[in-house]
Design a protein around this ligand. Structure first.
Ligand SMILES: NC(=O)c1ccc[n+]([C@@H]2O[C@H](COP(=O)([O-])OP(=O)(O)OC[C@H]3O[C@@H](n4cnc5c(N)ncnc54)[C@H](O)[C@@H]3O)[C@@H](O)[C@H]2O)c1
Length: 246
């Protein structure tokens, strides 16, 4: 069984849909977890840091808080999902300001967190960073799935997640010899009460015949945070039930 005993793990967006499952799963594997989110939540046994991680000073404050309290950071998961209120608009309706804000808040905050935490981990000589990407960071969107629903796949999402996948590769080549590992996880569609018509189409297309469960992403995250993945570096771990192979 994957063991995160004695590890100090920070999970950004740790109070969201996937993040809260990651927090639970990492705790269950023995880690001490700090959930860092713009929204606060009371939860027994989970250390909460509340702040906006698109702000450089807040990222620094989070790192200082964890180092001061625990003395080290073994793992960091960039999982937060900042987005504008008009997120999900159809492509012709996306204003240039909205595009820039989303790239800035999402991709650039992952850069900020990576830049700051990896320098701390370099001083320690060890650490694992996991960046949440998506199958839509390396595949075009299948718009036929969304017909008859209000759902779509924003163009900025593809650009942001593609950027995060390749930033991860860059960071691995930069920091690998310092004993650090940086990987991405690219989930496929995770079931979250989407419209039935969408779910049916998704299940039909997916080789495994179903959408993913949030716990399947949390277990993959635990693997990359753990020493079981000690020779996995710069990898994009695709957790999509085979969606992307056809
Ligand atoms: N849910 C999926 O099916 C799916 C699929 C592929 C990839 N992903 C990726 O997984 C990650 C998590 O997605 P989710 O579905 O759990 O999203 P979510 O919206 O449920 O959770 C995101 C969390 O991030 C927090 N957050 C937003 N802005 C923040 C900020 N500025 N600073 C700090 N925290 C902030 C939110 O408060 C929230 O708790 C995202 O990166 C997303 O792109 C999700």
């Amino acid at each position: 069984m994957i063991n995160l005993n004695n590890k100090i793990i920070v999970i950004t967006g740790g109070n969201g849909f996937l993040g809260s499952e990651m927090v639970r799963e990492a705790k269950q594997a023995g880690a001490t977890v700090v959930s860092a989110d713009i929204v606060s939540k009371k939860e027994n046994g989970v250390d909460q840091f509340t702040g906006d991680l698109t702000e450089p000073d807040t990222v620094k404050a989070l790192i200082d808080y964890v180092i001061e309290k625990y003395g080290k950071i073994d793992g960091w998961v960039n999982n937060a999902y900042p987005r504008t209120d008009d997120w999900g608009s159809k492509l012709p309706d996306v204003s240039y300001d909205s595009w820039k804000s989303n790239v800035d808040m999402h991709m650039n905050s992952y850069f900020l967190c990576c830049q700051q935490v990896l320098e701390k981990m370099k001083q320690q000589g060890s650490g694992s960073v996991v960046n949440l990407a998506s199958i839509y960071g390396f595949l075009g969107a299948d718009f036929s799935l969304y017909e008859g629903t209000s759902m779509t796949m924003p163009a900025a999402y593809s650009a942001i997640k593609g950027g995060i996948i390749n930033l991860t590769r860059y960071l691995t080549s930069y920091y690998g010899k310092s004993g650090l590992r940086i990987n991405t996880i690219s989930p496929g569609g995770i079931y979250d009460n989407q419209p039935e018509i969408f779910v049916d189409r998704y299940n039909n297309k997916c080789p495994t015949g179903r959408m993913g469960d949030k716990n399947e992403i949390a277990r993959a995250t635990n693997y990359l945070l753990s020493d079981y993945s000690s020779y996995v570096n710069g990898h994009n771990l695709v957790v999509d039930g085979g969606w992307s192979v056809i």
